[in-house]
Each structure stands twice: as structure tokens, then as C-alpha cells.
Design a protein around this ligand. Sequence first.
Ligand SMILES: Nc1ncnc2c1ncn2[C@@H]1O[C@H](COP(=O)(O)OP(=O)(O)OP(=O)(O)O)[C@@H](O)[C@H]1O
Ligand SMILES: [Mg+2]
Length: 360
Amino acid sequence: MAGTPHGWTPEVFRVAARTAGFDMDASQDAAAARLVRLGDEISRRRPLFGRSAPRGVYIWGPVGRGKSWLADTFYAAVPVAGKRRTHFHEFFREFHRRYAAHRHEKHAGDRAVRELLGDCRLVCFDEFHVHDPGDATIMARVVHSLLGQRITLVATSNYPPTGLLPNPLFHHLVEPLAATLHRSLDIVEVAGPRDYRRARRPGTPAAEFERGGYLWPGTGDQLARAGLVSPAPAEQQRVRLGARAVTARAVRGDAVWFDFADLCDGPYSTIDYLSLADRFRDWTLSGLPPLSTTGRDAAQRFANLVDVLCDRDRRLHLVAAVPRTVCLTGDRLPPDIQRTASRLALLPEIGTAPAAVADQ
Ligand SMILES: Nc1ncnc2c1ncn2[C@@H]1O[C@H](COP(=O)(O)OP(=O)(O)OP(=O)(O)O)[C@@H](O)[C@H]1O
Ligand SMILES: [Mg+2]
């Protein structure tokens, strides 16, 4: 693709890839070309009354194919003053709250969006998915209001719009949202040859998340090897979460140690995990059982927690009862368990018999 007057060429992405130590694959090249076009359109555009926003892009594909990397690279480079990258569920909850406050007004959705985003022209949502049937209608409203305010959307997802809310009992509820996404965004599949998280290139610097570890069963020797010191009973304390609190086994500066039962088997949401991730940089979660033996909600919360900590690049040590592959295998696991597996594969495993449990 030729260059543009605003300097938006595929070089923006190629240089970022080279700096990160890899080359883009063919499907990333195609997505990058589409984002280059958007970057060019959006950087020329002056908001004029009645003018529609440049058409956004919905990037979807299997885990670890470099979708978030593409969206982040685009976001970092695009020269637009009013831009926002946000965790979709954080935005969604806040929208819901404000929408409810204005629900008797005629344009409640638009007002909620204006309150949340002000003059924003571009919003990037990572990890766009719908699993709760109750969320489908309100998510359609969020997207509708954003588009109505002439805000351009860039989203990444593991699902094509028509594959959102895969549960066949409820899938019909998401059809209006899927139709809006199809009508308003370009849908681009990024499905390179492999999960790049599972093939770390030697010499590339480890992210903070990867400096953690997966320990099982968590013997004293294993903890010592990971540099972890078991909390004394007296270190237990309650960590505030707005009007509520959650029990931590220890808080040491910006390091925190939770038990799975306290953090994932309680009534905590992704928003709570986001606020804890803002507060603590170094995490240990002990007592992780095989997920097939926990309640479905606890397993889903654990998956959400891993998403948040990986996305915010927080160091994570997991102390588990069983090897990683066993922990994540079984019936009735969360629908996005592959995302969790891909992220946990980044953690070095400290186990009793590492050779026997190498990742498959
Ligand atoms: N072409 C590539 N070759 C090697 N590594 C890559 C390539 N593209 C991206 N990566 C790296 O692969 C890792 C995973 O990328 P990313 O988080 O963007 O995946 P994703 O598609 O968003 O995955 P998920 O669906 O699980 O969220 C990142 O460390 C990223 O820098
Ligand atoms: Mg991603």
C-alpha cells in the first residue's frame, strides 16, 4: 500500500514488529493495511456536524495471534487527541450505571456515552465478548450509542460477531448486536499459524507477567525457588473494595497474596480485579484447585482475573494443587478457557516432575 500524506504506511506496524523482535504474518499484514487506512482517515478528519465517523474495525481470531498487539500498536501511533483504550467490561459496567441513572430521558445512551467519553473520537476495546445473556441487549445499546455519537470503534475478540454468545439457548439475544457490528465495522479475521505466546523468541525481554510462575504442589522448596515467603497467620488482612472488602493472606507493599477461595469464590467482579490490579503489582494466588472441581462461577472469575493481570502486566505466581494441564482440563470449564491456557503458558512451571507435564 502506498504511503499517505499523513505518514500512515504499513511501516508503522512493521517497525513496531521489528522492535518487538518478530515479523508480522500474512493475516496481520492484511489487518495492518486496514488499520493504516483507518489511521489515515481518522487523522485527517475534522469533526463536522452531521459527518459520519470513519468506519471502525473488528479484529477477531483464535488466541495469541497478535490481535491485541495490532490494536495497541495502532492506538499508540494514531495521532488523535480524543482516543481511549479501555477494557470493554470496565466501560460496559460504567455505561450501565450511568444509563440506568438517565433511563427516563429520551437519549439516555447518548448521554451516558458523553459523560464517559467527552470529546473522544476513537475507542479501542480489547477482549470484546458476551457470555451473559443479560448483557447482550445493553451491549447492543452501548455500541449503538457509540456509533450514534460518531465515535470510531476498534475491537478485538476471539469471536466473529455472529459467534458472540455462543450458548445456543441464548444466541438469538445477540443477533441485533451482531447485525450492528456487521453493518458498521469492517470485520477482519487474524488467524496466523500459531499461538505466539507459546513460542517465545529467545532474547526478547520477558513481560512482568512472565516473571511469575506456576508452582505445584507448592512445597517449601518450590516457594523458595520462586522467591516467595509463605504468609504468617498474623499477616492476614482485609483489603477494601469500595464498600466491601476481600481477605488477603498478606499485603507487603505493592505485593499481595490471595487464596483462590477468597478471591475467586466470592462475589467479586472483573471491575474489582481491575481495581486490585491497579493497586498491586506483584500477585500470588494460592490454593488453586483443578478448575473442573470448582463452581462454574469461580472458574470464570479465575479466567477473568488472569485476563486482567496479563493485560495489566502484573507479576503472577500461582500455587496450585495439580499441573497446569490438569488444572485447565475437564468438563464445564469457562467458554474462554483457551485464552486462560494461552496466558498461563507464559508462566514458567515449577513442579515436581516438569518433564512429565510439559505444555502440549
Ligand atoms: N507475528 C508475530 N510473531 C511473533 N510474536 C507475535 C506476533 N504477533 C504478535 N506477537 C506476540 O504474541 C503475543 C500474543 O499477542 P496478542 O496478545 O496480541 O494476542 P491476541 O491475539 O490478542 O491473543 P488473545 O486472543 O489471547 O487475546 C504478544 O507477546 C505479541 O507481542
Ligand atoms: Mg488479546
